[in-house]
Design a protein around this ligand. Sequence first.
Ligand code: HEM
Length: 518
Amino acid sequence: MHDQENTNLLATWEHAYGPTFVYRGFIGAPRLMTTDPVAIAHILHHAYAYPKPDFVRDSLATMAAGHDGLLTTEGDQHRKQRRIIAPAFSKLHLDSLTPIFWDKAVQLRDLCLQQADAHDDAPRIDVLSWLARATLDVIGEAGFGYRFDALSSQATHNELSAAFAVIFSTARKFRVMTILQAWFPVLRRFAHATMERIGLQLIDQKRTEILADASSSKTASASTPRTRDLLGLLIRSNLSSASASVSPHEKPHAAPPAPLNTREVLSQISTFIAAGHETSASALTWCLYALARDTASQARLRAELRRLALEHEREKEQEREEQAQDEHEQVQGSGGEGDGDGDALAARVQACTYLDWVVREALRMHAPVTSTMRVCARPGGDVVPLSVPVRAGAGKQEKEHVQGTGSGSGEWSVRVAEGDIITIPIQAVNRCTRLWGADAGEFRPERWADLPAGARSIPGLLSGMLTFLNGNGSVGAGNRACIGWRFALAEIKIFLYVLVKDMEFWIDDGMVIEKRIK
Ligand code: HEM
C-alpha cells in the first residue's frame, strides 16, 4: 500500500475485484475501497454523515496544530467555520492576491536564470525544494501578510519556517536542532510555542488594522483596507459575523454563525500552511515533471504563452498610443509582470486554454493528495448506491459489509455499518481506465478538449478529477471540498506562465523519480 503510487496496485486490484471491494488496513481491520463515482458522490455529498476517521483527524491535528482548524473540525463547528472563512477565498478577493503570485514567480525565475548564468552548461535545479520555498513565501504573504523570505538568499533562518518544518516534517536541510525536535515529540512543543506566539501577534496586528480601517472609513469618504491577506479577511468576516445574512441554502430559522474564538482563528494559520503550501509546491513540481517528460506539450505551451505575452504587449502599446494622443491622460507605470497592469495579464493567463489543459492534466495525473478516508457515522449504518454491483469475492471475509443488493433494474448498492472506514482513492479515480479510457495513464493535455462520459461522471470540484475533492452537496450536509482550489489554480498558472515562458525544463533520462506518500 505504501508504494502504491509506483506499482499501480489499486488499478490491479480494481481490475481483479471491480470498483468496490474490501481490503485489510492497520492490524487487519477491514476497509472499503471504491472508485465508483456514484458511491463517492453519495459519501462526499453527505460529508457530516461521513466524517474523517479519528486517527486521520488526529494525524492532521498534529500537523495543523490542533483540532480547531477547518481541516479537522466536523459538524456544526465545521459548518460555522466554513461560512466565516469562505469569503476570504472568493474569486474577487483572490484577484487582489495575484500580485503576490507574480512577485514570487518572477523572483524564482530570476534565481534560476542567475544559476544558468553561473554555468556553462544548463544548471541542474531541484525544482521541488525551490518551489516549496516559493509557495511558502506565497502562503506567508497572501495568507497572513507574513514574510518568510524563504526565497531570499539572505534569509538563512526564519523562526516560523523552522517551526513549521519541525511540525510538518518538511525540513529539507536539517539542522541538528530540527532533527532532535522531529525525533523527540517533547521538543516539538518549542515549535508549537513559537507558532502560537507569532500567530497571536499576527492576529492582534490584523485586528488593530481592521478596527483602525473601520474607524477611518467613518471619517474618510474612501479608504483602502491595509489587510488583504486571508487571515485579515477571515478576521474581518469574523468580526461582522453577528450581522451575517442567512445563506439561501440554510433553513430560514438558522441563526447567523457565532464568531470563531481566538484558538479557532489561530488554528487556521497552521491549517492554511499545512493545506496550501506543500500541496501547491508538489502540484507545480509534477506539472514541470510532466512537461519535462513531454517536450512537445512543453513547446506548445511555451508558444501559447509567448503568443499571449505578445498580444498583451501589443494591446498595451495600442493603449499607450491612444493615451499619448489624449493630453489629459498619463500612462501609469511601465506594466508587465508583477506590476501596474498585472491584473490584465493575470486574467489572460487564467483564461489561456492550453495552460488550463496542461494544469488540469497534471493535477489529474499527479494529485498532490492521493487519497482520503471517511467513516460511516450514521446510526445503524447506511446503504451506499453504486453504478455497478459488487463482484463476488470482492470482500469474502466481510459479507456483512459488502453485499451487492442489485435490484436487477440497474440500481446497485453496498451496505456499510456504522464505524466502517471507507478509502476514497483520489489518484486511482483520476487515472481509472474505466472512466477515462485506455490511455488514462498518459499525460495528454488535449484530452480536455472533449471529456469522455465516464470522466464527466467523476463527482469532482474540477470536472473529471477528485484532486480537490467535491463540494456539490447541500450546505447542511457538509462541504469538505478544498476551500483553496481557486487560490491554488491561480498560483499554479501564474508560476507556470512565468517559468515556462522563459525557460526550458528537461530531466535526466537516467534519473528515477518515485512518489512517496507521507
Ligand atoms: C494543488 C493544491 C491543492 C490540492 C491538490 C488540495 C487538495 C485538497 C483536498 C483533496 C482536500 C480535502 C481533504 C479531505 O477532506 O480529505 C483539501 C482540503 C482543504 N484545502 Fe486544499 N488543496 C490544495 C491547495 C490548497 C490551498 C492553496 C489552500 C489554502 C490556502 C488549501 C486549503 C484547504 C483547506 C482549508 C481544506 C479543508 C477544507 C474543509 O475540510 O472544509 N488547499 N484540499
